[in-house]
Design a binder for this molecule. Sequence first.
Ligand code: ATP
Ligand code: MG
Length: 332
Amino acid sequence: MSKPRVFSGVQPTGNLHLGNYLGAIRNWVKLQHDHECIYCVVDLHAITVWQDPADLTRAIREVAASLIAAGIDPTTSILFNQSKVSAHAETAWIFNCVARMGWLNRMTQFKEKAGKDRENASVGLFAYPNLMAADILAYKATHVPVGEDQKQHLELARDIAQKFNHDFGVEHFPAPDPLILGEATRVMSLRDGTKKMSKSDPSDQSRINLTDSPDDIEQKIRRAKTDPLPLPETVEEVAARPEAANLMTIYAALADESLADVVAAFAGKQFSDFKRALTERAVSVLSPITGEMRRLVADPGYVDGVLRQGGERAAAIAAPILAETKRIVGFL
Ligand code: ATP
Ligand code: MG
């Protein structure tokens, strides 16, 4: 029996952060053992907001290096950047004609990213979920490991697959399942416990980057927003205190413990003690990745070679699927 096919992507909009790692990348690494994995640096998604070309090129290499450093094995898994395989853009155009305006109007990521100046957002930012559906379905991937913020887009991808099949009377695309795994599926900003930690947040203090030094990590955690009370004593109490919840959830994920264990260990203690323990955990998990990433970034020839080979392997899987998609639509 063939292994189930996994697809997931990360944008080269900056350096990877702890949220990307705990919510997505760490799960990507684990899935490599018993799945056929296709992992993508989604540069077409990145340009839905302005990217300086030189910065974009650098970020594609750095994100790829971070993924390898975090444990993605490019000899078994496929690792490439999205723009190398035109099936993504070609399938996305067909999906632009399958998805409905009303569906996309409900997407909360667009509302958050476009903010108040919606008239000035790029058309690409609005159509982003269609491209994401194309990323997955261009390979007929069935499992998609993502953070909690991508759940709504995955539901849209399922709707698109179903509508395509229904409109053309075929069973061509599978409905992909999200895999939202682990304790920290939605890591929040260190400055605001109600906002997601993001690469695109203008404040570097809001996130821990995979490139941060131990000193940076210590300083960011020490300055992380908390409330004035000692640490919560029950899991119910945690839920009502967003900043405490975020830091304790991060600790649980880093230590491979449940939130209940972390609550039991630190109940009633001061944040200063807890933050020291959290810093230690974060540094011990992230430092080896940072070191390996630095080594890889110094060898762009290697990283470029990985992406080129990954692109060729990905294109070979996508080609017959795209040919069939075009035939179904009626293209000659
Ligand atoms: P951007 O701000 O440019 O959208 P991002 O930080 O949201 O960047 P993405 O490249 O959009 O990162 O997402 C890559 C993966 O990381 C996705 O699977 C996403 O769900 C996951 N992810 C992103 N932010 C978090 C977070 N704060 N907690 C958990 N998972 C996250
Ligand atoms: Mg994002």
